[in-house]
Write a protein of this length. Structure first.
Length: 181
């Protein structure tokens, strides 16, 4: 049983967006399914389950125009980029365009031969993933933020150490009892 993506329509669509169309051996597919599952779980953790489920419930269209459609499209892009980021580290030969022998391509391709090239590629993907996650997070409430103590009560005679109003309103405070005697 293959794991399903969160924001993309189906697994085939997600794999095509991540430039994976020819992976068919069992071990490679197992790694791909594991990575898809990791991306799904990471999105739930980063956005919260409620937020991710809300975005996944929006319509996925080719040309988004509404705010909700744009969020879902951005979620689909995030999911494809995150999958690419994971698999480019584990299975870099899947991202090569040559159709020659995998061993030859792995050795000849600059992406895998030159460590700075793959690191730049991974850093670029990570920056895009972080930006998309920031855009998809729940916007803060207008009422959020620090609350001034004066706005909680209009009692200006409040004394935290008063036996009648302070920390021990129902009894005496043995630590400061001598202060009010």
């Amino acid at each position: 049983m293959a794991v399903e993506p969160l924001f993309n329509a189906d697994l085939d669509t997600l794999l095509k967006r991540a430039r994976i169309e020819t992976a068919d051996d069992g071990q490679t597919l197992a790694l791909i399914y594991q990575a898809v599952s990791e991306v799904r779980i990471s999105i739930y953790r980063a956005l919260t389950t409620a937020r991710a489920t809300t975005i996944a419930g929006y319509s996925l269209v080719e040309n988004p125009t509404t705010d909700n459609e744009i969020l879902r499209a951005q979620g689909a892009n995030l999911e494809a980029n995150w999958l690419t980021w994971i698999l480019a580290q584990r299975l870099p030969y899947l991202f090569m365009d040559n159709r020659a022998s995998v061993g030859d391509v792995f050795n000849d391709e600059q992406l895998t031969r030159d460590s700075s090239g793959i690191q730049e590629f991974l850093d670029s993907l990570k920056d895009q993933i972080d930006a998309d996650l920031g855009d998809l997070m729940e916007p803060p409430d207008d009422d959020s933020g620090p609350t001034k103590a004066a706005s909680i009560s209009n009692d200006t005679a409040y004394d935290a150490f008063s036996p009648s109003k302070g920390l021990y309103p129902q009894g005496t405070n043995p630590i400061i009892e001598g202060l009010y005697s």
